[in-house]
Design a protein around this ligand. Structure first.
Ligand SMILES: [Zn+2]
Length: 213
């Protein structure tokens, strides 16, 4: 079974999380997702050798392949690791009550636009939280060890939450895997074929050859 088949096959795991989590925490709120004007970098906050890191990387590959297939130049950018952490208490509070000064500080200090927190706590459902003001999105993934097939579940859940991180909302129950025609249309509306990354940011992420040394 290849990666894509696995992601498709396990879409129901993310969908199950979604219906239980988002419906509870955001009853009538309209979430304003971030539409990127530059290639967003990703920082993974985790302990060393966390198996979910691979799932996040594969989810990023999944999305970048989808954007390529759609003819959009948008991609997720570089992935870096950080051993900083955000406590489960702060994550739960973020989901329930929104941004607090301590979370704002943590998001500002995190060295990436999409901040993926791999928590050791199993007491919350995965979620994505956008801050259009900070121009960052936080993705929180709980401990998954209670689930069978947890490495694949990590990939599937990360793929779903990264769908929110690029601006998708739930159209139906498929969890972006596979993408519906409405999802694809929305992605192309946000990141059309003539989309260009803000040049200053592109230089930072991808310096031209010869710039160093
Ligand atoms: Zn969702």
């Amino acid at each position: 079974m290849d990666r894509r088949t696995l992601i498709l096959g396990l879409g129901s795991i993310a969908a199950g999380f979604r219906s239980s989590s988002h419906a509870q925490s955001l009853p009538s709120q309209v979430t304003t997702w971030v539409v990127w004007k530059e290639i967003p970098t990703i920082v993974i906050l985790s302990t060393e050798d966390d198996f979910r890191t691979r799932g996040v990387r594969e989810a990023v590959d999944f999305w970048n392949a989808e954007f390529a297939r759609l003819g959009s130049p948008f991609r997720f950018g570089a992935i870096v690791r950080s051993f900083r952490s955000i406590s489960a208490g702060d994550l739960v509070a973020l989901k329930a009550r929104g941004l607090s000064p301590s979370i704002v500080n943590s998001m500002r200090e995190a060295n990436g636009d999409v901040i993926v927190v791999l928590s050791d706590d199993a007491g919350f459902n995965p979620f994505a939280f956008p801050s259009p003001a900070l121009r960052k999105v936080l993705v929180a993934i709980p401990s998954l060890r209670k689930y069978p097939f947890w490495p694949a579940a990590a990939r599937s859940i990360a793929a779903h939450e990264l769908g929110h991180a690029v601006g998708l909302d739930h159209n139906d129950d498929n969890g972006f895997a596979p993408l519906t025609s409405a999802d694809k249309a929305k992605l192309l509306e946000m990141y059309p074929p003539n989309w260009q990354s803000n040049p200053s940011r592109r230089w930072k992420a991808d310096p031209p050859a010869g710039a160093i040394g």
